[in-house]
Design a protein around this ligand. Sequence first.
Ligand SMILES: Nc1ncnc2c1ncn2[C@@H]1O[C@H](COP(=O)(O)OP(=O)(O)OP(=O)(O)O)[C@@H](O)[C@H]1O
Ligand SMILES: [Mg+2]
Length: 396
Amino acid sequence: MDQNLTPSSPEQMQRYLKAAQIFTPSAPIDSQELFAGRPEQISQVVSAVAQKGQHVILYGERGVGKTSLANVISQIMRGYSEQKVFSTIVNCDVIDDFTSLWQKIFREFDSLREYADNPPEEITPESIRYILQRNLGKTIIVIDELDRIGRPDATELLADTIKTLSDHLVDTTLILVGVADSVNELIAEHASIERSLVQVQMPRMSRNELYELLDKRLNLLAMTVQDLVRENIALLSQGLPSYTHLLALHSSQKAITRNSDCIEKSDLDNAIRMAVNKAYQSIANTYHQAISSSRKTIYAQVLLACALAKKDNLGFFTPPDVAKPMSLIMNKKYQTTGFARNLNDFCEEKRGSVLCKKGIERHYRFRFVNPMMQPYVIMQGLAKDIIQQEDLKNFS
Ligand SMILES: Nc1ncnc2c1ncn2[C@@H]1O[C@H](COP(=O)(O)OP(=O)(O)OP(=O)(O)O)[C@@H](O)[C@H]1O
Ligand SMILES: [Mg+2]
C-alpha cells in the first residue's frame, strides 16, 4: 500500500524535513512569525504587562495554545519596549512547593542565581518582592502548568506575592498559566488580588485562525491545498491547533512523496489513518475501551455522533443534540431513547469515562472529559468508513 511512501530524492527529503520543522503538533510555538491569530488575547496580555501593578492569569482548555501565547508575549514586548525586558518561563511540577518554584525562577536570571544557590532562610512573598525589586528591571515571569502544583499553600502564597508586587509597583509581571479550574480556585479564594490580576481566557482557535496557521506554513513549503481538504483539516481540528499541525504534517509529507505541490483528499485520508494508528496513545486506549464489545453494538456510532454534536461554549451537549448527527450517521431517524443508555455507559469507568455528565436526571448535559478525544473520535469515524470526508460539512 502507498501509505508508507518515503522520500526518494535528496530534494524530496529536504522538503519532507522542512515540513517536519514547521508543523509542530507536540511543541509550543516559540517564534512570533509562526504564531497565528489571537489578536485579542495578545493585546489583553500586552497591555497588562505594560502596566506596573498588573499581573495576568491565562487559562483555557488543554492544548488550545496557552504556552505558545506566553512564549511570544516576551518577544512582542521586547520589540516595543525601550528598556531591556527580561523574561523566563518555568513549569510547575507536582513536587513543587512555593520555595522550590522560586528557586527554579531565580536560577533563570544571572543576577538572581545567588539566591537559588544560597536561598534566604525562608522564601516568603515579601522576600521575593524585595529580591525582584532590587535586582531586576522590567521582567516577565511566566509560571506555566499552574494546575500541576502539588501543594495547595503554594497557590495561596503566589496570590500573596501578586498582592505585594502589585502594592509596591514592582516592575515584574507574573503570568500564571493553567487550565480553568486552577484559575477559578485562585481567584475565588483570594478576592484581594482580583484588581491586580487580568484574566485572559484562551478559547479554542476559530476556523479562520486555523486557516491562517495552515496557510502561513504551506506558503513556506511552497505548497497549496485543495479547498475541501483545507476545510476538513480545520473542521476535524475542532479549534485545537495541535490536530491542525498533525494532519497538515502528515498530509503535506504524503503529497511531497507523491512529487506533488498540492495536498489532495487522498493525502488527508492517509494522514487520518496515521493519526489514529500512531498518535496520542492514551487517547487511542480510552477510545477502544469506550467502544469495545464482543457483540455488534452502536457504541462507535453514538460516540461519533457525540463528537459531531453541536456544543455550547464549554463543550457541553444534550441528548437531543446527539440525535441529529446520529440519524445522519445511521441513515435512519433516531430518538434519544435509542442511545440514552450508551451515553450513560460512556460516563462509567468500564467505558473509559470518556464522557462526564452534569445536571439532574432527564436534563443531563454531557461533555468529553478530554477535549483532545473529540477530533480523534471523528477521525476514527472516517478511518472506519462510518462517515466520509465529503459528509463532514453537513455536521458543522
Ligand atoms: N497561535 C498558534 N499558531 C500556530 N500554532 C499554535 C498556536 N497556538 C498553539 N499552536 C500549536 O498548538 C499546539 C498546542 O499549543 P500549546 O502547547 O501552546 O497549548 P497549551 O494550551 O499550552 O497546551 P497544554 O494545556 O497541553 O499545556 C502546539 O502544537 C502548538 O505548536
Ligand atoms: Mg502548555
